[in-house]
Design a binder for this molecule. Sequence first.
Ligand SMILES: Nc1ncnc2c1ncn2[C@@H]1O[C@H](COP(=O)(O)OP(=O)(O)OP(=O)(O)O)[C@@H](O)[C@H]1O
Length: 360
Amino acid sequence: MILARTSSSTSAPGMASAFLTLDGLTKRYADHVAVDALSLAVAQGEFISLLGPSGCGKTTTLQMIAGFTEPSGGAIRLEGRDLVAVKPARRGLGIVFQSYALFPHMTAAENVAFGLEMQKVPKAERATRVADALTLVGLGALADRYPRRMSGGQQQRVALARALVIKPRILLLDEPLSNLDAKLREEMQIELRQIQRSLGTTTILVTHDQQEAMALSDRIVVMNAGKVEQIGRPQEVYERPATPFVASFLGKTNVFEAPVQAGEAVIGGLRVPCPPHLASAGRVSLSVRPEKIAFAQAGLACRVVSRVFQGTHWLFIGETPAGIATIVCQNDGAPKPEEGESVHLSWRPEDAGLRAGEGR
Ligand SMILES: Nc1ncnc2c1ncn2[C@@H]1O[C@H](COP(=O)(O)OP(=O)(O)OP(=O)(O)O)[C@@H](O)[C@H]1O
């Protein structure tokens, strides 16, 4: 097998010693800071997503790793060696962009072979590696087809094969699936993850799609306005967002303001113990995910304003004395409240995130 696993590490991703290190990486344009002192240690074989809204500096970060944009400050090291001084073509990186950028006058196989020709790989080896790469992405039968006769998903697979065939030390992906429709995108996410796992290629993905980042990544770097807000495993950033920005960017969250009495946030009939640093705060802001809220006999009074059936689950909007609540329940066959019904909401204290409130 020519496209063999590139990772020799058996440690859990993120735990092994750093393979790629970004250290205080910064990019300034005039007086605008596009990337502000970003530090990140990526383990070999790890799949990292840079996630954030438009303009937060994701692409600029990727471009600096690729060598297309020069950093204003900080360091990029690959296996301990400075990468900034190395020319882009010599960094050993595979890159896939949102636009597939295939050569239209070349077949799938010729597109994939291009990088190997540049590297002067002998013809016989080239043919085997191209065939292997196309088989890997499920296009073994379309080797002689031209891009214009391929679907968007097939073209993106060719672009992926072209990036992987050179056995890159790092695979850089910039919104590679965003031109595909929702169903194909989900299928490609699963395939991409399987291919990445089977090869063990260290991968950095730029995306603004939180679902995509959660589905694919070992760890997610959540960025906002050039800065890192949080770095963590998907479940960690979702369940324990470090900042209000992360909580609102990764899925929906309810935010309620609550007074603190005797070290507990009091919200309707619910009392949530505050951590020591908030125990003497006047008010706290309490965030809880819609799927962590349950209908209960007692708790926070709520009038159901709307209920919407969404197939696998129900979505409820309710009015409470603490504000509007969004509740998501599994479609498990159990009876659900009607619109206009008065109910109570409850959640486990550990599912509530507490922060200092507005101080009112
Ligand atoms: N060549 C440039 N000159 C000046 N400003 C730039 C340049 N390239 C990027 N910027 C600015 O730097 C910031 C970060 O841009 P970047 O493209 O990295 O964001 P992004 O998170 O990838 O956004 P998107 O998802 O829209 O691609 C933006 O405010 C952008 O306007």
